[in-house]
Structure formats: structure tokens, C-alpha cells
Design a protein around this ligand. Structure first.
Ligand code: NAD
Ligand code: DAU
Length: 360
């Protein structure tokens, strides 16, 4: 195996761990995985790679300049793929500081060290190096019901501390390309779902609460719209961006699967009625509870993914119906994983965000 490794940050989180598993499976080359292991990071996601020499895990912070420098100089990666972030909007409302620390300062430090490393490279090593920054559609703000989906040139209008911190990081990435020539790539993706998603996010929370016969919390009127993308489709898109994307460019990634939240929750309930019937209780949908809305709740996100489809030839394989079925099945098959992550820290979060929140 002569191919140089890639340095993945945040590779023990939801999308990062799916990406690391997918990368090693599809590309076969090695991954250096730097993750701070916050509440959202879980090395258990990577259990399949336990004895695989192609995966090297390092617990650490992207803001630790000396550590990042040492990893870059020791492993000489051909790319840095930055997933590391605080990622949950509701947590950013309750405590924005960590979002600024990791998403803004952390990305800045990672960029500085990547630039210093890249500037010292020569020849082909320098030509092929890429810094891929994983961002979100939330930086574009909120759409009305009849607005066209977000394109790569939609203006930035972030509305939560989370999306503002991601927007700031995107701007830093852009500036490092424009000013220093760092060969950056940025991807802005819609809502992901699939295996290993932490149950603070809508889909895994609904599955988990339903299985525990707990209320299924729907914010506000449940009519907010998200554009859902199965995580493995996202991983494939990112491999294509890394392989064929043009330095300095931005690629929007979306599933063409706009759904209202209430329809997502109902779809999960009917799948559970079929796949895991709760005979004593009736239908799972009876657990749906409308609760007080998220402050500043963006109404609708939708991605126009025509650029990546046209230029890189990517298209998602899963429809929402096939992807959500696979996801519900994965959670049913992996209840141990769910029980392990639903620790004391998670229970504290449920108290902060849900107890005494009030109804819609
Ligand atoms: P996640 O919260 O599941 O995982 C984040 C990972 O980053 C965790 O493993 C955590 O331990 C690690 N991390 C946090 N701070 C760190 C630091 N300072 N140094 C090193 N590691 C750190 O998040 P996710 O849902 O997998 O999202 C990954 C990336 O994709 C994020 O940048 C997010 O903004 C972006 N994104 C997510 C979605 C989505 O629907 N989940 C959609 C679009 C974009
Ligand atoms: O759009 C991409 C973004 O998608 C990513 O950048 C974020 O990292 C990711 O967390 C996700 O953000 P959302 O806020 O859209 O995801 P979340 O799963 O938290 O919420 C999805 C929708 O469901 C949203 O409209 C809020 C609503 N919701 C969420 C929770 C947790 C509820 O109605 N009830 C809930 O309990």
C-alpha cells in the first residue's frame, strides 16, 4: 500500500465515522483520525477497524497546533478532511461558546497548520494536496415555501449560533484559498441520517423514544422542512469532491428529499408499526407530542445539487423511503450501541432541552 494517508478530523462522530469506514472500504488507503471525543464522538463506531493497520486513531483537538503540526509532519497526508465540529443547533442555543471555540478557532488553527505543511511540500505532493472542509446548508439561512433551493452562490444568512460558526469557518477556508493559495474544497450538505447518528438529532431521537414508549417531541407545528440525505450517499459525494473537485470551489450536496418534520416522524412510526409492532400500545404515532418551538427555527432548507451532479457525476442512490427503512432497521439491530451512547451526559441534555419546555 503506497498511497499516502488522509488526515480526517472528527472521524469518531456520525458522518466522520461513516466516512472513515467508507474510505477504507472503497479506497483501501489509510486514515489518520484526529478526534477530541466530545459527547458526540464514539470510538465504538469504528470497532470494525480495531485490528486494521490502515486506521490510526488519535484523541486530540483540532485547535492543538503542536499536535496537528506533529501529525502532519509525521504522516505526511495527501489531504485533510475536516468534519470536527460542534454540530447540534439546540446545543448552540443553550451554550454557543464551544461552537466558536471548535468551529471557528479550531478550523482557523487547522488551516494555519495545514497551510504551513502544504507550503513546505514540493512537486507532486504539493500539487495533489487538498483541504476539504465539510459544511452545511444552514449557512444559507431559511427558505420560504416557494423559494428556489440553495445554490453555491446563495448569499450567506446564518440564523443560529451553530450556523453562524459554520459560516465563519467557511469564510476562513475561502480566505485561505484566495489569499495563500491553499488548495481548499468546501462542501455544503443538507441533513444527513443513517447509522451511528447521536440520538440528540430528530431521526435517531424519534426511533429511540418510540422504542422506549416515550413522547416523540415535534417542535412547533411540525411543518419545518429539511432535505434528507442518507449518510453513505454523502460519503460517496465527498470522495468524489476530493478526487475531482477544483481547488477553491464549493459543492452543494443534497438528497432531493424535502420532507416536513411531521411527515418524517410519521414515516418512522409506520415503519416501526410494521417492523417492531408495539402490541400493548397501539400505533407509535400516538406518542407524537407537539412542544414549544426552537427559538429562531429555520423554516425550510433545500439544496440545489446540480453542480456536483453535472461536474463530478454524483447522484444519491437512496430515496428517503429506502434510506429511512435501512436506518430504522440499523437502530433495531444495534440497540446496544444506542444504550451505550445514552449515558448520564445524554440524560442531562434531555433535561436541559426537553424537561419543562412546554407544549406548542
Ligand atoms: P457529530 O457531532 O456527530 O460529530 C462531530 C465529531 O467532531 C465528534 O466525533 C467530536 O468528538 C469531534 N470534535 C468536536 N470538537 C472537536 C475538536 N475541537 N477537535 C477534534 N474533534 C472534535 O457531527 P456530524 O453530524 O457527524 O457532523 C460532521 C460535520 O458535518 C460537521 O462539521 C457538521 O457541521 C457537518 N454537517 C453535518 C450535517 C448533519 O446532518 N449531521 C449536515 C451537513 C453538515
Ligand atoms: O441542514 C444540515 C444540518 O442538519 C447540519 O448542519 C446540523 O449539524 C444537523 O444537526 C442538522 O440540523 P437540524 O437542526 O436541521 O437537525 P435536527 O435533527 O436537530 O432537527 C431536524 C428538524 O427537526 C428541525 O426542524 C428541528 C426538528 N426537531 C428536532 C429535534 C431534535 C424537532 O421537531 N424535535 C426534536 O426533538
Amino acid at each position: 500500500m503506497t498511497e499516502k494517508p488522509i488526515l480526517v478530523t472528527g472521524g469518531a462522530g456520525f458522518i466522520g465515522s461513516n466516512f472513515v469506514l467508507d474510505w477504507i472500504g472503497q479506497e483501501g488507503s489509510s486514515v489518520v483520525n484526529l478526534d477530541k471525543l466530545t459527547y458526540a464522538g464514539n470510538v465504538g463506531n469504528l470497532a470494525r477497524l480495531k485490528n486494521d493497520p490502515r486506521h490510526k486513531f488519535i484523541k486530540g483537538d483540532i485547535g492543538d497546533r503542536a499536535l496537528v503540526r506533529e501529525l502532519l509532519n509525521r504522516h505526511r497526508p495527501r489531504a485533510v478532511v475536516n468534519f470536527a465540529a460542534e454540530s447540534h443547533v439546540d446545543r448552540s442555543i443553550h451554550g454557543p461558546e464551544d461552537f466558536i471555540q471548535t468551529n471557528v478557532d479550531g478550523t482557523f488553527h487547522l488551516l494555519q497548520e495545514s497551510r504551513a505543511y502544504w507550503e513546505k511540500l514540493a512537486g507532486n505532493e504539493k500539487t495533489v494536496f487538498r483541504f476539504l472542509h465539510i459544511s452545511t446548508d444552514e449557512v444559507y439561512g431559511s427558505l420560504g415555501p416557494d423559494d428556489a433551493p440553495f445554490t453555491e452562490s446563495s448569499p450567506y444568512a446564518p440564523n443560529s449560533p451553530y450556523s453562524a460558526s459554520k459560516a465563519a469557518s467557511d469564510h476562513l477556508v475561502r480566505a485561505f484559498h484566495h489569499t495563500y493559495g491553499l488548495p481548499t474544497l468546501t462542501s455544503n450538505c443538507s441533513n444527513n441520517y443513517g447509522p451511528y447518528q447521536f440520538p440528540e438529532k430528530l431521526i435517531p431521537m424519534v426511533i429511540m423514544n418510540a422504542l422506549n414508549r416515550k413522547a416523540l417531541p415535534v417542535y412547533g407545528d411540525g411543518l419545518n422542512v429539511r432535505d434528507w440525505l442518507y449518510v453513505e450517499d454523502h460519503c460517496e459525494a465527498l470522495r468524489m469532491v476530493l478526487a475531482k473537485g477544483k481547488p477553491g470551489e464549493v459543492y452543494n450536496i443534497g438528497g432531493r428529499n424535502e420532507r416536513k418534520n411531521i411527515d418524517v416522524v410519521r414515516a418512522i412510526c409506520s415503519l416501526l408499526d410494521e417492523m417492531h409492532p408495539a402490541s400493548s400500545m397501539g400505533n407509535y404515532a400516538s406518542l407524537i407530542t407537539f412542544i414549544k418551538d426552537r427559538p429562531g427555527h429555520d423554516r425550510r432548507y433545500a439544496i440545489d445539487a446540480r453542480k456536483i451532479e453535472r461536474e463530478l457525476g454524483w447522484k444519491p442512490s437512496e430515496s428517503f423511503e429506502t434510506g429511512i427503512r435501512k436506518t430504522v432497521q440499523w437502530y433495531l439491530d444495534n440497540m446496544n450501541w444506542v444504550e451505550n451512547v445514552a449515558s448520564g451526559e445524554y440524560q442531562k441534555w434531555l433535561d436541559i432541552n426537553y424537561t419543562s419546555r412546554g407544549t406548542a
